[in-house]
Design a protein around this ligand. Structure first.
Ligand SMILES: [Zn+2]
Length: 174
């Protein structure tokens, strides 16, 4: 925690207040005496992500958020829905109490969350994240969603069937 005034690292805590999972600390720089406030997110432990190729990297909330935002681009989602999803996934990861988690597991949690939130975002994320062997796999995924009735929540338009799309396209040409 560097002093915003002189850049030194040593500071003393003057006051500390917990706000949920964030701690607000009033600090005083031991070098120049400047006072400043920090907001520190409390994590019980560090979390590492194990990537598909075996590399390890720090878990990044920003990366998680970016991936979800990309999938949800231009989707009519309620304000704060994405942040809520990011928070719930992050909480889930820390709750597991392990020091590392596979990127595949994070991807599964995102898919699970998006499936409930918005089916277009879900399919977008799935098509990027999951390496579908071929388009048949993706179609299977969509079909199984449709069968379980999860593809058409009341507030979303049903996806037209391939036959409907072909029929419409054919009509337009005439
Ligand atoms: Zn200072």
């Amino acid at each position: 925690m560097n002093c915003p005034n002189c850049g030194r690292q040593d500071s003393g805590v003057v006051d500390s207040r917990s706000l949920g999972d964030v701690v607000r600390r009033r600090r005083k720089c031991l070098a120049c005496g400047a006072r400043f406030t920090t907001h520190e997110r409390v994590h019980v432990h560090d979390l590492f992500v194990i990537k598909k190729d075996g590399r390890r990297e720090d878990f990044s909330r920003e990366k998680l958020s970016l991936g979800i935002r990309r999938a949800c681009e231009k989707r009519p989602l309620p304000t704060g829905a994405i942040d809520k999803l990011v928070e719930s996934i992050e909480a889930e990861l820390y709750k597991m109490g392990r020091g590392e988690v596979s990127s595949a597991h994070i991807g599964d949690l995102v898919m699970e969350g998006l499936r409930k939130l918005d089916h277009i975002a879900y399919i977008r994320f799935a098509s990027v994240y999951r390496t579908f062997a071929d388009i048949g796999d993706l179609k299977q995924e969509v079909d199984s969603l449709a069968e379980r009735g999860e593809l058409t929540p009341t507030n979303q338009l049903p996806l037209p069937s391939c036959e409907t799309v072909s029929a419409l396209a054919g009509r337009k040409r005439r």
